[in-house]
Design a protein around this ligand. Structure first.
Ligand code: HEM
Length: 415
């Protein structure tokens, strides 16, 4: 699907290099002449935003690591040192901490976009599964990063989550001890979390390369969910059209991001994390970062620990099976009147679970979390397979060009 590589460098040195390593040709065919469907809307700009955020997190993270000390006696103090003494340290730290949240805002939009427009359906299954792997790696990275400042929430969050593994029959306790590197969350745990928190973003970057490669093999989906039939009429070149639109969206996103960093940098964090970790004092409510809350609600909706843990992991793993659970022959929700309703109910259920994840696990909250958990799984396992069989989709446009210009407009455009 990549455009033809007609790229010839202007200089003799460039031509010499290109004939030995055709990097220019690769960039030219992938990001300059690459044909993008002409009907893409702004929901398609989040892949680019995510790529930018990944780089931003790596760059700010590397600078933080230069001043951070991964030791239980110094971690908390070294973060305070970064905030107060290191030149622009407060900015780097706030950019990194809020950047993690922004990364998740972008990835959730990116994933719901895929869910709405059926981007996971054939031939994009591998592309989607690579996305699910990225998402899992992101969750692990975020979790380990939150432990590093060694505040109360860092310590107790790490204790709750690592303890989940002890629910595994027979080997659970051994696995937990192995993860901790001791008999509780302590210095070896902090040290290895730092090491892995540094490593995983580079692994994410590697999987992103595969993700974009897979995308360029099968081509982009689009809001109408129909394939490109005529490259000339249905597509536009990546540059300037997609690059221009992606850049504008990125600037808007950066304003949103900057607003958090400069006006309310602790809004998305928890006040208890400004208290140094104390293994002898458990906070009244242990709450994870907002982006884990729906899964935390699912975990606590089940009375048994093993059941809760299994269900929580299944909530993510089920995503990998979507390409086969969705039986509809039409991709985009634009042409699926019933799916559209269930989709928005699903979005509402996820937000509801997020809210419940932050509430104490008692009374009505647990009952509501159970109902929403049933809907969460029901959406994937029951609604998606059945809807494809019973729903009557609306007629699809004949081509992407038709969808954008309408029949009359297309005739006019051809003159
Ligand atoms: C670091 C995280 C990620 C990065 C940098 C990234 C990057 C990209 C880019 C650049 C695109 C093309 C532009 C676009 O469609 O927005 C894309 C498309 C796509 N991504 Fe991701 N992605 C990430 C995570 C994910 C995740 C977690 C999923 C799903 C679980 C996912 C699923 C998809 C799908 C299905 C497409 C094709 C969309 C279409 O053409 O309709 N991605 N991604």
């Amino acid at each position: 699907m990549s455009g033809p590589s007609t790229f010839v460098p202007k200089s003799a040195l460039g031509r010499w290099f290109e004939s030995r390593l055709p990097l220019g040709g690769l960039i030219h065919s992938s990001f300059i002449v690459y044909p993008t469907p002409r009907n893409l809307n702004y929901w398609w700009t989040f892949g680019g935003i995510l790529s930018f955020m990944l780089v931003a997190q790596i760059v700010t993270g590397i600078v933080l690591a230069m001043h951070y000390t991964p030791h239980v006696d110094y971690a908390f103090l070294s973060v305070e040192h970064i905030m107060r003494d290191v030149n622009w340290g407060w900015l780097i730290r706030y950019a990194h901490a809020n950047g993690a949240s922004m990364f998740f805002v972008a990835v959730y939009i990116h994933m719901f976009r895929g869910l709405y427009y059926g981007s996971y359906k054939a031939p994009r299954e591998i592309l989607w599964i690579l996305g699910v792997i990225i998402y899992l790696l992101m969750m692990a990275t975020g979790f380990m990063g939150y432990v590093l400042p060694w505040g109360q929430m860092s310590f107790w969050g790490a204790t709750v989550i690592t303890n989940l593994f002890s629910a595994i029959p027979l080997v659970g306790d051994a696995i937990t001890t192995w993860l901790w590197g001791g008999y509780s969350v302590d210095n070896p745990t902090l040290n290895r979390f730092f090491s892995l928190h540094f490593l995983l973003p580079f692994m994410i970057a590697g999987v992103v390369v595969l993700h974009v490669w897979a995308l360029h093999v099968v081509g982009q989906n689009n809001p109408d969910g129909i394939e490109v039939k005529n490259t000339e009429r249905d597509t536009l070149s990546f540059t300037p059209y997609a690059t221009g639109k992606d850049s504008f969206a990125l600037v808007c996103f950066m304003i949103f991001y900057a607003w958090f960093v400069f006006y309310t940098p602790n809004f998305l964090g928890h006040a208890d994390n400004y208290i140094e970790a104390n293994p002898l004092s458990t906070p009244a409510h242990i709450v994870p970062e907002w982006y884990y809350l729906p899964f935390y609600a699912i975990l606590r909706a089940v009375p048994s620990k093993l059941g809760g843990v299994t269900l929580m992991f299944s909530a993510i793993v089920v995503l990998a099976f979507l390409p086969w659970l969705d039986t509809s022959r039409v991709r985009s929700a634009k042409y699926r009147p019933m799916y559209k309703v269930f989709f928005w109910a699903f979005v509402a259920a996820c937000i509801g679970l997020g809210y419940l994840g932050a509430q104490p696990p008692e009374g009505g909250y647990v009952i509501a979390a159970r109902l929403l958990t049933v809907y969460y799984f029901g959406f994937f396992i029951i609604i998606m397979p059945l809807l494809g069989l019973f729903e009557t989709p609306k007629p699809l446009p004949a081509s992407i060009a038709d969808a954008v210009l309408g029949k009359g407009g297309l005739a006019a455009a051809q003159h």
